[in-house]
Design a protein around this ligand. Sequence first.
Ligand code: ADP
Ligand code: MG
Length: 364
Amino acid sequence: MASITFKNICKIYDKEVVAVKDFNLEIQDKEFIVLVGPSGCGKTTTLRMVAGLEEISSGELYIDEKKVNTALPKDRDIAMVFQNYALYPHMTVYDNMAFGLKIRKMKKTEIKERVINAAKILDIEELLQRKPRALSGGQKQRVAIGRAIVRNPKVFLMDEPLSNLDAKLRNEMRAEIIKLHKKLQTTFIYVTHDQTEAMTLGDRIVIMKDGFVQQIASPQEVYNNPANEFVATFVGIPQMNLFDAELIMEDDEYILALNGHKINISDKHKKILKFKDIKPQSVRVGIRPENIMISEKTPESFEINVDMSELMGHEMLIHSKLYNSHIIIKAQSRLNIKADDKINISFMTDELHLFEKETGHNLL
Ligand code: ADP
Ligand code: MG
């Protein structure tokens, strides 16, 4: 049981590398938080500061309302699972799992009970007498998690624990981790660069870039209401389409113009723009591939030429260009659209996103 609070946490390495800047977050007890972002954005550094493995340059870190900036790792009651498993090669699985408890001088009977209990949870009871070299990647990862479970910590930290596994195993283990969190009822902070993992695992996700938090919200909220252009394109596969347009006023109403071609703005979005008093300006328009419709020719629609189509089971991805921008449209495979077909498309206007051109901020 633990809540964790970050207040203006910064980490600067060697007096010049700003790895994490003004990180603010309140994690609730039992919450599953995912830190996600491209390589080098500061995820591991943040996790290591929580574990006490990295000094905090400035700001305050609290675990259960207690300031822990300078607390030793062993006094934080936190367990961390690493990407490379970090198992001791000469020890059996049992001894690997028991090791952390032995050095804490726990009684043998208690150690045995905890190891066997964790092995049951992870379904690795059969493997307890094996050495790591006799284990598959997935089994090693379970042992690494088991070593954290036996400690019965207040907080679990996991740094890209699945990235060394193949795609199928990764999917299976993702489901296992969700179950594990339910069973253990503990606070989890999970780091990944993989947006799918983040979207499926997190109660809330923290999206980072270049040491800065971009958005903290539920997966749903991040998908539907991204804070900026970076977040918009980071989540969702295939990624959100983006193109330049002009936000203009016509008869006192907002409307978009793309190379002179008008695109309507929904009433809902007009109200928001009006309320925020957004001035006419150049913008970036975003639309997800599933929100473009293949339609009849209408005054609103665009005629485009199909460059390529990819069949993906019952759906297909259509690649094309809208003026100079590459766009991807998700459609039903039965439409059987092929390269060089000419199709008409229109946008679900409720699902349009508008970003400020300079800053990338979401205008809606
Ligand atoms: P991530 O885990 O998101 O890939 P990291 O937290 O590992 O990112 O790194 C964030 C930034 O800090 C990167 O620019 C990285 O090069 C730098 N960095 C990480 N560890 C050190 C270190 N020990 N010394 C100097 N710079 C570091
Ligand atoms: Mg990392």
